[in-house]
Design a protein around this ligand. Structure first.
Ligand code: K1U
Ligand code: ZN
Length: 167
């Protein structure tokens, strides 16, 4: 299965708002499989379709230590959120940058699974953080946009320097 190229911040395509998936067909199933493979290979604990330049509401997540609890979420929506946790985040679209972000401690998310069945997941801790991070991507938001303007400028400069070195 092909690994998908991941867009890098500040690529303007990361700002696009994803559209709902209307029909779960072979194309969507193939995309979900390729995204999961890309996430495991990176390695990461989540990946949103936005990051692979597909602007549909589809995310994959595996926040388990054993790396065998894949969740594929189609048209995810946060139904409930409460509490606050501050957690160090990273992003495959912002390589090498980690910083603390405040998120809800607990979320309940409704979604369709890969068979089109409605499901809900209640999450706390890292899984809750990852769900919010990936659903943010579908809204065109990258985690660094939760940081100060000064930090964002520094991150853009650092990534531009990295890109010049690797070019
Ligand atoms: O959205 C992404 O780019 C994936 C991102 C998800 C995420 C990480 C940390 C907090 C919130 C959301 C990553 O997976 S970055 C890589 C990473 O954190 C990691 C990789 C391997 C094992 C454990 C963590
Ligand atoms: Zn990310």
């Amino acid at each position: 299965m092909p690994l998908l190229p991941i867009l890098r911040f500040p690529d303007p395509r990361l700002k696009k708002v994803a559209a709902p998936v209307e029909r779960i067909d072979d194309g969507i199933r193939r995309l979900a499989r390729d995204m999961a493979e890309t996430m495991y290979e990176a390695p990461g604990i989540g990946l949103a379709a936005t990051q692979v330049d597909v602007h549909l509401r589809l995310i994959v997540i595996d926040a388990s230590e054993t790396r065998d609890q894949l969740l594929t979420l189609i048209n995810p929506e946060i139904l409930e959120q409460d509490g606050l946790q501050v957690c160090e985040e990273g992003c495959l679209s912002v390589p090498g940058i980690y910083d603390k972000v405040g998120r809800a401690e607990r979320v309940v998310v409704r979604y369709l699974d890969i068979d089109g069945q409605p499901q809900t997941v209640e999450a706390v801790g890292l899984l809750a953080v990852c769900l919010q991070h990936e659903i943010d991507h579908l809204q065109g938001r990258v985690f660094v946009e939760h940081l100060s303007q000064l930090k964002q400028v520094r991150i853009k400069n650092k990534l531009a320097k990295q890109a010049r070195i690797t070019a």
